[in-house]
Design a protein around this ligand. Structure first.
Ligand code: HEM
Ligand code: HEM
Length: 463
């Protein structure tokens, strides 16, 4: 048994399997949340299954559990592979796995029963925060030591992104979660919103984004069988992300009385974010340009490429909705929920799934059980998510324009019903896709065709 915890890539696989399980759990909670927005009286006697309790379980399980966990699994494979060495310590990675997943488990088991700090994206209680910090520290030690023992001298850009995601999180998480106030995890009054959105913004921006970008930079050149278009551009994109993303959390609270200078900085740099995003998108597209048919024809790479398309859409919408005048229509309503889904599922989720399927043969030694199931999952998610985006954006515009015309919140609610019903119906496609993905993953591990040693070598070399 203990030998299994030393087996190369076993922790990477464990993270990816856990990510797929959390995708299903998060989708179930998403469905309950969506149903309760249509019919609040559904299952009234179950106290832990009311909207206010299941929503944070859904959100945290999706972000930390599905997207975060799956991408960590990818990183634990990619970094040693690119450095042509083994992960420094497989048991240490397993330690990180156990602690990280205990934190996520504290969502469904804790939030629903009142163990929450009640701050969006910072709901985990102080003890879970501590476990998360230890988990992140173990991963950092492991990655740094792997770099120290590398046989490949060049640090490919994916390594920068993967390692930076954990270093930034180790710095940003305790600040945004106000961990020096264990009892509340909060600052008093309005100032708390600045701390809260520091992490609320850096969770997508400096944890999910670098992990997903690192994974995309890993998969696309390998499938296209061509070198990256430009290493200089890739590093420029990396440093511009650091320079611009770190301090724009203020754009979440533009409609509140935070200091004006903070608003100005966050707006200007939100708009400037177009530059690093364009760099990443162009660099990957130019890498794939001569090999479009191969890349879009590969089920795993197609998910990654589609993730890049969602990234572009998200990051055109993002700077636009950072303009305070426009935000008077889009803030506090379903428009933002639409943005959150195309960002987290469209960008983060697609790339996590695509990278996972790409890596799976190397970590299991088996070919993926069914390419058709990957394609089916892709189709279902794409249908569900495109529908989400259209329906939620429309619902947000109805809410925002009505409120600006003096309507009260409750008088607009009946107008939202068709949108909320559609969202719940579309959610069934995404839930089904999550279950199909889990089945495909389990079938790969148990029934996938075993690769011959030379096939495995070829897969590792990207041939
Ligand atoms: C150029 C890049 C981006 C800009 C300028 C931007 C801007 C914004 C703004 C202004 C909001 C707040 C909207 C409001 O409350 O009225 C927001 C919300 C959000 N963004 Fe972005 N965004 C960008 C990219 C991304 C990416 C790449 C992700 C995910 C990886 C992401 C995830 C989210 C999420 C989850 C929310 C919802 C937060 C909430 O619960 O209120 N964004 N974004
Ligand atoms: C079965 C599919 C899904 C359904 C039915 C669903 C439903 C919902 C609902 C009802 C909310 C609450 C919206 C509100 O407060 O008005 C929500 C929020 C959210 N969901 Fe989902 N969701 C699904 C999949 C996902 C996935 C796959 C992700 C990420 C990978 C995700 C990320 C989020 C985020 C970040 C929020 C917070 C949005 C905000 O505060 O602006 N959801 N979802």
């Amino acid at each position: 048994m203990t030998r299994y915890f030393k087996k190369p890539n076993s922790a990477s696989l464990a993270f990816m399997v856990a990510g797929a399980v959390w995708f299903v759990v998060g989708a179930v909670y998403g469905m309950f949340s969506a149903i309760h927005l249509v019919s609040p009286e559904f299952l009234p006697e179950v106290a832990w299954l009311v909207f206010g309790r299941e929503r944070p379980v859904h959100v945290n399980t999706m972000l930390y559990g599905f997207v975060g966990t799956m991408l960590i699994g990818c990183g634990l494979y990619c970094v040693p592979m690119l450095l042509r060495t083994r992960l420094w310590s497989e048991p240490l990675a397993w330690g990180g796995f156990v602690l990280w997943n205990l934190v996520i488990l504290s969502g469904p088991l804790g939030f629903a029963f009142g163990y929450t700090q009640g701050r969006e994206y910072s709901e985990y209680t102080w003890s879970a925060d501590m476990l998360l910090m230890v988990a992140v520290t173990l991963i950092i030690i492991n990655l740094i030591m792997t770099i120290v023992h590398r046989t490949e001298q060049q640090l490919y850009v994916s390594i920068w992104y993967f390692v930076a995601a954990f270093l930034w999180t180790a710095g940003n998480y305790p600040i945004g979660n106000v961990m020096w106030h264990p009892a509340t995890g909060a600052m008093p009054g309005l100032i708390d919103s600045i701390f809260l959105w520091f992490w609320g913004h850096n969770l997508p921006g400096l944890f999910i984004t670098p992990l997903a970008t690192g994974a995309a930079y890993f998969v696309i050149p390998r499938v296209a069988r061509t070198p990256l278009n430009s290493h200089t551009l890739s590093l420029l994109g990396f440093w511009l992300l650091v320079a611009l993303y770190t301090h724009i959390g203020g754009h979440h609270v533009l409609q509140s009385p935070i200091p004006n200078w903070l608003k100005a900085v966050s707006i200007v740099d939100s708009v400037a974010m177009v530059v690093p995003v364009t760099i990443v998108v162009l660099n990957l597209w130019l890498t794939a340009r001569q090999r479009g048919a191969v890349v879009w024809g590969d089920p795993a790479a197609r998910l990654v490429m589609a993730g890049i398309v969602w990234y572009l859409i998200t990051c055109i919408q993002g700077p636009v909705q950072s303009l305070p005048y426009l935000q008077r229509v889009t803030h506090f309503n379903n428009w933002t929920v639409g943005h959150a889904h195309i960002a987290m599922l469209g960008f983060g989720g697609y790339i996590a799934l695509g990278a996972m399927y790409h890596i799976l043969p190397m970590v299991t030694g088996r070919s993926v059980y069914s390419a058709r199931l990957i394609n089916l999952q892709f189709g279902l998610i794409t249908f569900g998510l495109t529908g989400f985006f259209l329906v939620l954006t429309a619902a947000g515009l109805v809410q925002g324009t009505s409120w600006n015309n003096g309507e009260t919140v409750y008088r607009v609610l009946p107008q939202l019903r068709p949108f909320m019903v559609s969202r719940a119906a579309l959610g069934i496609f995404i839930l089904t896709a999550s279950i199909i993905g889990l089945i495909n993953l389990i079938m790969t591990i148990t029934h996938g065709r075993k690769l011959a040693p030379e096939e495995l070598d070829q897969a590792e070399e990207g041939l």
